[in-house]
Design a protein around this ligand. Structure first.
Ligand code: FAD
Length: 467
C-alpha cells in the first residue's frame, strides 16, 4: 500500500529582520517555515545597529498600529510596557500644535493610546517574540544579492554570508523587507520584468535628534509628549518633538524643510528649538542635560513603489514595509503600515494558502491598502512644500487640504471631532471618517469656543521639567 505522505510545509524567505520583516515572519509562520535573512548581526537586547539608523530618532506607534501588533503578536505590547514603554493617551498626555498652528486641547474622552518607547526597545521585544518560534530560522550576517527564477515565478534568493560564501535559498515565497534601500526594482528588471512605477514627494526635511536626561516627572503622572508640528503653508516648515522614553530619557527630534534644516552642531540644537513657531520645546530643554551628540538624517522623503499595479509580476515574490513606501517620518506611520500589512497578508493566506497561483499578487494588493492610507495622509500635506513634487497639487488636493485644515481646527475644540480626526491619524479608520457626522456636526454647528493661545502644558509640568 502506498503511504500517505504529509506534504512538506511551504518555505518562505523574508529579507530584512527589522519591523516589516519580523512582522511578516510572524504572519507567515501560520502557513510556512520561515527563514529570515538579515545583513546585520542582531544585538541581544535593546541596542543600536547599523541597518536601522533611523532608530536614533523619535519613533511612536499610533493606536491603529498598536491594535495590529496586538492581533499579530499577542502579549508584545504588554511586554514593551513592562520594560519601560508607555501607552500614551492621545490627547490627554500630549501637548501638540497642529500644522495649521492651532493647539489641540488635552481632551480625555478619546480612546486612542500610542505606544511610546525607544525604537531599540521595541525592536528588541519584537525580535524576542518572533525569533523564538520554532518555525523561524534566522540567517544573520547574510545579505540578499538577487532573486532566483524567471519572470513568471521567483523560486528563491541568492545570498552572501559574512564569511564570503554565496548560496541559493529555495523558497515558495520570497518577501523583500529590506527597507528604503531595497533593490527589488532592479531585481525584477533582471528577471525580464518592467521597472515598477515610483513616485516621490520630498519636503526636503532634515531630522536632528539628541537624547537628554529627563529632567523630572510630575507628581501625578509621566511627562507628556510635546509636539510642535511644521506648517506646510509657511515654508520652510520647522517642528519638533520631545518623546519621553524608558530609562528616564527624552528623545528630542527637531526637523526643518529646505532652507530651514537643523544641523549637527550641538550648540545650535536648543536655539533651533527656541526658534520654532512656539518656543516650548526649547524652553523645556534649556536646563536639561544632553546625553550624547546630535544625529542627523535626510532620509525622509515620501517615496512609493506601486508593486500592486505591476501588469506582469512573478509569483512567489512580495515586497513589504519601507521597501514599498517610506513616508515623511513626522507622520509616524511606517510601523503601523508594516503591522497592518502583515495582518493583511495573514488574512489573504487564511483564504488561499501560500502556494496557490496568483497568491503573491493578491498579497501585494492587500498590503497596498494601509500603504495607500498613510501615503495619502503624508502627501496631502507635503505636496504643498515648494519643490516637493514634479507637479503642483491639483485642485482636488487643494480642496481636500483645506478641508483637513478645517477638520483639524474643529478637532482642536471638539472632543467628538477630535475622536474622528484621531481615528484617521492613528490609522484605525479610513480617511472617509473625516466626513462622518462626528466631524461634520461640530464643524458646522460648533462648539465655537476659542482656540488656545498657547501650549496646554501645566505649571506643574513646567516645574517638573526644571527640577
Ligand atoms: C527618521 C525616521 C523616523 C521615523 N519615525 C517613525 C515613527 O515615529 N513611527 C513609525 O511608525 N515609523 C517611523 N519611521 C519609519 C520606520 O522606521 C519604518 O517604517 C520601519 O523601520 C519599518 O521599516 P522596514 O522594516 O521596512 O525597513 P528598515 O527598518 O529600514 O529595515 C530594513 C532591514 O533590512 C536589512 N537589510 C537591508 N538590506 C539587506 C540585504 N540586502 N540583505 C539582508 N538584509 C538587508 C537591514 O539591515 C534592516 O534590518 C521613521 C523613519 C525614519 C527614517
Amino acid at each position: 500500500m502506498p503511504s500517505n505522505p504529509v506534504a512538506p510545509r511551504p518555505h518562505a524567505v523574508v529579507l530584512g529582520a527589522s519591523a516589516a520583516g519580523l512582522f511578516a515572519a510572524a504572519a507567515l509562520t501560520e502557513f510556512a517555515d520561515v527563514t529570515v535573512v538579515e545583513r546585520d548581526v542582531l544585538p541581544e537586547g535593546p541596542e543600536p545597529r547599523r541597518g536601522v539608523p533611523q532608530a536614533r530618532h523619535a519613533h511612536l506607534v499610533w493606536s491603529g498600529g498598536v491594535r495590529a501588533l496586538g492581533e499579530l503578536l499577542p502579549g508584545l505590547v504588554d511586554d514593551v510596557v513592562s520594560r519601560g514603554g508607555r501607552l500614551v493617551h492621545i490627547m490627554g498626555d500630549m501637548v501638540s500644535r497642529a500644522p495649521n498652528e492651532v493647539w489641540f486641547r488635552r481632551f480625555l474622552a478619546t480612546h486612542h493610546r500610542n505606544l511610546v518607547c525607544s525604537r531599540d526597545l521595541l525592536d528588541s521585544v519584537v525580535r524576542d517574540h518572533v525569533l523564538k518560534s520554532e518555525r523561524v530560522t534566522l540567517l544573520q550576517d547574510t545579505a540578499a544579492l538577487s532573486l532566483e527564477g524567471d519572470a513568471r515565478r521567483v523560486t528563491g534568493v541568492r545570498v552572501l554570508a559574512g564569511g564570503g560564501e554565496e548560496r541559493v535559498l529555495d523558497a515558495d515565497l520570497v518577501v523583500d523587507a529590506t527597507g528604503r534601500g531595497s533593490r527589488a526594482p532592479q531585481w525584477l528588471v533582471d528577471l525580464g520584468l518592467p521597472r515598477v512605477t515610483e513616485r516621490e514627494v520630498d519636503a526636503g526635511l532634515t531630522y536632528a535628534t539628541r537624547v537628554y536626561r529627563a529632567p523630572g516627572t510630575t507628581a501625578d503622572g509621566a511627562f507628556p509628549l510635546i509636539n510642535v508640528q511644521a506648517n506646510p503653508a509657511q515654508a520652510p516648515g520647522r517642528g519638533g518633538i520631545i518623546l519621553p522614553v524608558e530609562g528616564d530619557r527624552w528623545i528630542v527630534t527637531l526637523g526643518g524643510t529646505r532652507g530651514g534644516e537643523p544641523g549637527p552642531d550641538p550648540d545650535a540644537f536648543v536655539p533651533f528649538a527656541l526658534g520654532l513657531a512656539d518656543p516650548v520645546i526649547g524652553e523645556l530643554l534649556r536646563d536639561a542635560e544632553p546625553l550624547g551628540r546630535v544625529t542627523v538624517t535626510r532620509s525622509t522623503a515620501n517615496r512609493r513603489r506601486y508593486y500592486e499595479k505591476l501588469k506582469r509580476r512573478p509569483d512567489g515574490f512580495l515586497v513589504l514595509g519601507d521597501a514599498v513606501a517610506g513616508y515623511n517620518p513626522v507622520y509616524g506611520h511606517g510601523l503601523t503600515v508594516a503591522a497592518q500589512g502583515a495582518l493583511a497578508v495573514r488574512h489573504v493566506l487564511r483564504g488561499t494558502g501560500l502556494t496557490a497561483p496568483g497568491t503573491a499578487g493578491a498579497l501585494q494588493r492587500a498590503a497596498a491598502r494601509p500603504v495607500a492610507g498613510a501615503w495619502d495622509l503624508a502627501v496631502g500635506q507635503d505636496a504643498f512644500y515648494p519643490g516637493a513634487a514634479d507637479t503642483p497639487p491639483t485642485v482636488v488636493e487643494r480642496l481636500l487640504a483645506r478641508y483637513v485644515d478645517r477638520a483639524v481646527a474643529t478637532g482642536a475644540r471638539s472632543p467628538r471631532a477630535m475622536g474622528a480626526l484621531l481615528d484617521v491619524m492613528s490609522m484605525e479608520r479610513p480617511p472617509t471618517r473625516l466626513f462622518s457626522r462626528d466631524m461634520l456636526v461640530p464643524m458646522l454647528f460648533g462648539p465655537k469656543r476659542p482656540h488656545l493661545d498657547g501650549p496646554p502644558i501645566t505649571e506643574a509640568e513646567r516645574r517638573a521639567a526644571r527640577s
